[in-house]
Design a protein around this ligand. Structure first.
Ligand SMILES: O=P(O)(O)OC[C@H]1O[C@](O)(CO)[C@@H](O)[C@@H]1O
Length: 523
């Protein structure tokens, strides 16, 4: 059964939101706080160790009620049911979308076609566990009898960005293995990585759902040739493993059948880090931490599936984003984690969000006449405060921002952490409340800068009224990270449902690939 096909702009809620928006030209976040002592509490959701405070948005209770009504009118509940139960909601590719099954602890059979997929998920997890244990413990030996010291993940897009982001984010939990990622077709990338490696002690994980991707196959072949300069064909079995759905292509590449980890068509590449695509994560931080990552994601899955929309973190984030994207015509959103560990979160989410919802044809096959996928970008605080934040504070564009923070730091440098979190909160306050002409005037006067008051005043005003969400966890653990990523995955889903588009195909990346092939053949 397919998702309902409802044009969001034809719903009553959309019409009401359009009218409601008209009254919002004069809405002030600052005044809303002054008039409602309860505002922060009213617009805060606590979900275990996660607190979402969305009070610093251009919203009132009516906005949120209408947005929830919109979710109801486009049959979001029904869509969630279909998503989790394995209906082929990726209709253009006739596939289910079941990355949630990869982290589910349920024992209830879950069928894709006639087959219960739970046993093969469990089998694959056991294989990831035993393989990771062997390599980490040093039992797995290379062709000269030495233990493995380095792991190289060869993949691109979903077969690279997710594992790379998580391995970087979980550095604190890392073991002795060094983990590297090769993705770009640019030969300088692979050259820079292999120049540091010893073939005797390196394990290569080739990750490609299709095993046809030009970048991955080119890099894998270059690496294989480099490896064969010092080792024999026979030794490949000790140094190359693959994660893919394409078993024939893997065996043609020469990989031992025992070294193959399965992938499934019901997992999209950009949602696959929870599968064996996450093998380099499990190798890098150990299987128990990988399992914790899955558990955190499952906790968010259950919250998303069962919680009413008005208290549902991914639903609320998706609705707020629609409010700005479709009514305020905001074009971009910033993702601003206040932890150095999440340096790669924005690039990862760029694929997840923009490859999913960068669509302009609706589920009816018609070109939409409303905005869909947002452009997302971002970087870590506090560095980005000294880079692009000027434009967010005083530029001409409205840029809603997600601030992601942690109550505690992992290394316990409390002085640093206090300063980090003071900045985290200060940025959101500055964005929301700004600084008025009167405040600037007084400030210049008291600083004794009397002569320059008139000239400087306009430049020092902060308009404020800039929206942000505060997303805070207790600390950065594999579990809270799983929850964070799953939260964004469901936000993507909700937005796709509301925009009436197909979020799980990516035909838009094909034409460039075809043309590059043609150019190569004609060269
Ligand atoms: O895992 P594969 O099949 O090599 O694909 C890699 C990436 O290429 C894409 O198909 C398109 O860029 C992504 O969706 C995917 O994550």
């Amino acid at each position: 059964m397919s998702l309902k096909n409802i044009n969001p702009t034809k719903t009553q809620a959309w019409k009401n939101l359009s009218d409601h928006y008209q009254g919002f030209a004069s809405f002030s976040i600052k005044k809303a706080f002054e008039n409602d002592a309860n505002r922060k509490k009213r617009f805060t959701i606590e979900q275990g160790d996660l607190t979402l405070d969305y009070s610093k948005n251009r919203i009132d209770q009516e906005t949120m009620d209408l947005l929830v009504q919109l979710a109801d009118e486009v049959a979001l509940k029904d869509a969630i049911e279909k998503y989790f139960s394995g209906e082929a909601i990726n209709e253009t590719e006739k596939r289910a979308v079941l990355h949630t099954a990869l982290r589910s602890s349920s024992k209830e059979p879950l069928k894709v076609g006639k087959k219960d997929i739970r046993p093969e998920i469990a089998r694959t997890l056991r294989k990831i566990k035993s393989f990771s244990n062997e390599v980490i413990s040093g039992k797995w030996k290379g062709y000269t009898g030495k233990s493995i010291t380095d792991i190289v993940n060869i993949g691109i897009g979903g077969s690279d960005l997710g594992p790379d982001m998580i391995v970087e984010a979980l550095q604190f939990y890392k073991n002795q293995l060094n983990t590297h990622f090769v993705s770009n077709i640019d030969g300088d990338h692979v050259s820079e990585v292999i120049k540091k490696l010893d073939p005797e002690t390196t394990l290569f994980v080739i990750v490609s759902k299709t095993f046809t991707t030009q970048e991955t196959l080119t890099n894998a072949n270059t690496i294989k040739n480099w490896f064969l300069k010092s080792a024999s064909q026979f030794d490949i079995a000790k140094h190359f493993v693959a994660v893919s759905t394409n078993l024939d292509a893997i065996s043609e590449f020469g990989i031992d059948g025992n070294n193959v980890f399965p992938m499934w068509n019901w997992v999209g590449g950009r949602f696959s880090l929870w599968s064996a695509v996450g093998l380099s994560i499990s190798l890098s931080v150990g299987f128990n931490n990988f399992r914790e990552l899955l558990d955190g994601a499952e906790e968010m899955d259950l919250h998303f599936k069962n919680e009413s929309f008005d208290k549902n973190v991914p639903v609320i984030l998706a609705l707020l984003s629609i409010w700005y994207n479709n009514f305020f015509k905001a074009e971009t959103e910033a993702i601003l984690p206040y932890t150095q560990y999440l340096t790669k979160l924005a690039p990862y989410l760029q694929q997840a969000i923009m490859e999913s919802n960068g669509k302009s044809v609706d589920r009816n096959g018609e070109v939409v006449d409303y905005q869909t996928g947002t452009i997302v970008w971002g970087s870590t605080g506090t560095n980005m405060q000294h880079a692009f934040m000027q434009l967010v504070h005083q530029g001409t564009k409205l840029i809603p921002a997600d601030f992601i923070g942690y109550q505690q730091s992992l290394h316990g440098l409390s002085d640093h952490h206090k300063k980090l979190m003071a900045n985290f909160n200060a940025q959101m306050d500055a964005l929301a409340f700004g600084k008025t002409l009167e405040e600037v005037h007084l400030e210049l006067k008291t600083s004794g800068n009397v002569n320059d008051i008139a000239t400087l005043m306009p430049y020092k005003v902060f308009e404020g009224n800039k929206p942000s969400n505060s997303i805070i966890f207790n600390n950065l653990t594999p579990k809270s990270l799983g929850k964070l990523v799953s939260m964004y995955e469901h936000k993507i889903f909700v937005q796709g449902v509301i925009w009436n588009i197909y979020s799980y195909d990516q035909f838009g990346v094909e034409l460039g690939k075809e043309l590059a092939k043609k150019l190569l053949n004609n060269a």
